[in-house]
Design a protein around this ligand. Structure first.
Ligand code: AKG
Length: 303
């Protein structure tokens, strides 16, 4: 299959996914982590899993047109007054940084209701842990190459971003691009308060294959969170709205990394409620949803 081609999901073609008997969860195509341990599989389809392991992303058709229309309608009805705008990317905003827990809960419920069921036929027993609308206003800037935070133990598991636009996206209105294979180079924890742009660029500077991926409304780029990615400017008069969820294997412990004042890198074990109330950018110690915390080294040398 070629990127951008439709890949029918089992959930879509055969009705709601039937919960299957648990089976050996490890990758059937054999990606191994740096220590040589096989990784837990992400996708149900072995061909897609092999492509995902090789490239760090796949493109899959996940949402029916009615679901896309419903998500557009619901998005238009919400009060996005306090979503975060980024001074370094003019015209780009993200809903998950909105400080209101009730707003974030409403977005998570929307994704649980409309996106998670579609993904149940594509991903191998995953849950949504981060639910986000990513918006590019007309004339918005590009988002420079970067890598997402670490959400779990990446020696064993992959977490994924599911980037699913609610209208067709191309290079002219802010589609996503990925540095192919970069996920195999990114082997360090990414803390929320330790910028890693330069380190990421350095680690992948010789990787020239950086496809800018056109995506139809309802298709999704499913991307390993270790992948370096970016998006193009929106040079059109239309707002670009994308569903951007992070999903993790259901059994995986969830992590959030933070560098404390003396530069110690802390690993917080959290539950799914953490990202509903945690004020992103504040020290996470007092946030709801923290299960325990452990120092794992010096941020400067690890992150
Ligand atoms: O939606 C976009 O334009 C970029 C999204 C992105 O890079 C991210 O969420 O990390």
């Amino acid at each position: 299959m070629v990127e951008g081609q439709l890949v029918p999901s089992r959930g879509m073609r055969n009705g709601p996914a039937v919960r299957r008997r648990r089976r050996w969860p490890w990758s059937r195509t054999g990606e191994r982590d740096i220590a040589g341990v096989p990784r837990r599989a992400t996708l149900l389809d072995p061909d897609l899993q092999a492509r995902f392991e090789r490239d760090g992303f796949v493109v899959v058709d996940i949402l029916e047109p009615e679901t896309v229309a419903e998500l557009r309608r619901r998005h238009a009805q919400m009060d996005h007054e306090r979503r975060t705008e980024w001074p370094w990317v003019e015209g780009f905003s993200t809903s998950v940084y909105d400080p209101r827990p009730e707003y974030r809960t409403a977005v998570l419920q929307l994704m649980d209701q409309h996106v998670a069921p579609a993904l149940a036929g594509v991903l191998d027993d995953h849950q949504v842990i981060w639910a986000n609308f990513l918006v590019k206003q007309p004339d918005a800037d590009s988002v420079p190459p970067h890598v997402d935070w670490t959400f779990l133990d990446e020696d064993t598991f992959s977490s994924v971003t599911v980037w699913c636009p609610l209208s067709d996206t191309t290079a002219t209105n802010g589609t996503l691009g990925v540095v192919r294979g970069s996920h195999r180079r990114i082997d360090f924890p990414r803390a929320a308060n330790v910028p890693a742009y330069e380190r990421c660029e350095r680690v992948v500077e010789d990787l020239a294959d950086r496809p800018v991926i056109p995506v139809r409304a309802g298709q999704a780029i499913i991307m390993d969170n270790r992948s370096v990615h970016f998006s193009t400017p929106n040079d059109t008069p239309e707002e670009r709205v994308v569903v951007g969820c992070v999903l993790a294997p259901r059994e995986a412990e969830l992590h959030h990394y933070w560098s404390d004042e003396d530069g110690t890198l802390l690993r917080f074990a959290i539950d799914r409620s953490f990202y509903l109330s945690y004020v992103i950018g504040e020290p996470p110690a007092a946030a709801g949803g923290v299960l325990h915390v452990e120092p794992v080294g010096k941020a400067a040398t690890i992150a």
